[in-house]
Design a protein around this ligand. Structure first.
Ligand code: HEM
Length: 485
């Protein structure tokens, strides 16, 4: 019997491993090119080895709209294939594609974030699927439903007034982008965890910004890299919020905290259908999750609203008239309530039109959990799936003259189903929609009734990173209205 010395063994195993890997790659390539009988793969290309079409996807706009529009026109199908961010991917276009994605969660596809991102978020709403996701979302909705939010409108109004007083009043110029981020983060700290101290908010915000910068990077486990720093920052956030949870539990036991005072209290006291409560870790992870999903999205949307209103005085004036009517119906110190929000129809139509032409979120990703056929094409199990907001919003067949800014599109019945999708749709639709609507309307009410504003750089560029960001932070000249006697 020949005895191989350990060096030979290593070489043999290495050769076997390389051979096996080559076979697997060749098999996958063969299956892609020759899917056998039945429907073919959607039209498209896998691009370059390994990187696929990631570079052209990212290069065009940072969120892929032009990349998608170009291919939609070229292939003239409801779905095309590409290879981005390390996976073969099917891109679903238009209302039919959105409907398919939104209606098939847990049947043929599931919500899917890259593993490195999921690791940072722990066990929370965006990382769970199936029954677990339904359970978590149901508990979250105890706080995010319109009924629960009725109670928070006044608090949001007071927060908006305080923010404007502190950061805008008396200034000739403000940088809108950073101010909006301060507003939405501060509001989230108050309403999610009753954190009011400015010092504490600043500390959490610092951790949070490091986390945001590094979360979409590769997990290289190398000190100094963005992902490594993000991991450290999210661990610190967890520790800080865990302290808040411990204090709150104690206060709830002692009867000195209200079970409905904020998101944290709701999560600690709301049981799921089987009577089980979230663990402390889950409460913390879900608060971090909502801070992430719910503050940059609203501030980026408000950024675009303020830009459009500065450029289009007609819509600004119409909004001002609507908000003045509401103001007139109230006492000076009286805060806004749910009934007032119902009267802000015109303002909301303008916000919707801004979200149509300049959406904050580009779309989302899913994972095919089985082979399936769509529009006459075969989509293999394991592929990533993408639906895109902006491309649908710019389709002539749903929105005539799509480049034209026209809030009247949202009057009456509004756009047909699955065509206006800034918040997604189906079981994974944004659960923060109502929260976002209230926080944005309350802010706009307070801003327009006090100020008009003018862009310092009228043609300031907006780029997607991955949400709309203004090149210079959108500085504006502030013009306070004359006070009525
Ligand atoms: C204008 C502001 C906002 C926009 C445009 C927006 C948009 C979206 C979109 C497009 C999705 C993905 C839906 C999908 O995967 O199909 C999403 C998910 C989500 N949003 Fe929002 N969002 C906003 C504000 C908020 C706020 C304020 C909160 C929390 C208070 C929030 C919490 C979430 C959560 C937790 C998810 C994940 C849901 C899941 O995976 O089941 N969002 N949002």
């Amino acid at each position: 019997m020949v005895v191989l010395w350990s060096g030979e063994m290593v070489v043999l195993w290495a050769a076997l491993a390389v051979g096996f890997a080559t076979l697997m790659v060749a098999r996958r390539w063969w299956r892609t090119k020759h899917p056998g009988e039945g429907p073919k793969l959607p039209p498209g290309t896998g691009g370059w080895p390994l990187i696929g079409e990631t570079l052209p996807y990212l290069a065009l706009t940072g969120s892929g709209e032009n990349f998608i529009v170009k291919r939609m026109r070229k292939y003239r199908t409801q779905v095309f294939r590409t290879h981005i961010l390390g996976s073969p991917m099917a891109v679903f276009c238009g209302a039919a594609g959105n409907k398919f994605i939104f209606s098939n969660e847990n049947r043929v596809l599931v919500n899917a974030w890259p593993a490195s991102v999921a690791k940072l978020f722990g066990r929370s709403v965006i990382t769970t699927t199936g029954d677990e996701a339904k359970r978590v979302r149901k508990v979250l909705m105890a706080f995010l439903s319109p009924e629960a939010l009725h109670e928070f409108v006044g608090q949001m109004d007071s927060a908006a007034r305080l923010h404007l007083k502190r950061y805008w009043d008396g200034k000739a110029e403000v940088k809108v982008y950073s101010m909006l981020k301060v507003y939405t983060f501060s509001l989230a700290c108050s309403l999610f965890a009753s954190i009011e101290s400015e010092e504490r908010k600043a500390q959490l915000s610092a951790f949070f910004n490091v986390f945001l910068k590094g979360m979409m990077q590769m997990d290289l486990k190398i000190p100094g890299t963005r992902y490594y720093k993000a991991k450290k920052a999210v661990d610190a956030l967890r520790r800080e919020l865990r302290k808040e949870v411990d204090d709150r539990k104690e206060a709830l036991r002692a009867g000195t905290a209200n079970p409905k005072q904020d998101l944290m209290s709701y999560l600690l006291t709301t049981a799921d259908d089987s009577g089980k409560h979230m663990s402390d870790e889950e409460v913390v992870d879900n608060i971090i999750n909502l801070l992430f999903a719910g503050h940059d999205t609203s501030s980026s949307t408000l950024l675009m609203v303020l830009k459009h209103l500065a450029e289009k005085p007609y819509y600004y004036n119409e909004i001002l008239n609507e908000q003045r009517e509401i103001e007139k119906s109230k006492g000076k110190e009286e805060v806004l309530n749910w009934e007032d929000l119902k009267k802000m129809k015109y303002t909301w139509n303008v916000v919707c039109e801004v979200m149509r032409v300049s959406p904050a979120v580009a779309g989302a990703f899913r994972l095919a959990i089985t082979d399936f056929d769509y529009a006459g094409f075969r989509i293999p199990k394991g592929w990533r799936l993408h639906w895109n907001v902006h491309t649908t919003h710019m389709m002539e067949e749903y929105f005539p003259e799509p480049e034209k800014f026209d809030p009247s599109r949202f009057e009456g019945e509004g756009p047909p189903p699955y065509t206006f999708v800034p918040f997604g749709g189906g079981p994974r639709m944004c659960p923060g929609l109502e929260f976002a609507r209230v926080e944005m309307l309350v802010f706009l009410h307070n801003l327009v009734k006090n100020y008009k504003w003018e862009l310092v750089f009228p043609n300031e560029k907006i780029h997607m990173d991955p949400m709309p960001v203004a090149e210079n932070g959108l500085p504006v000249h502030l013009h306070p209205h004359q006070k009525h006697s």
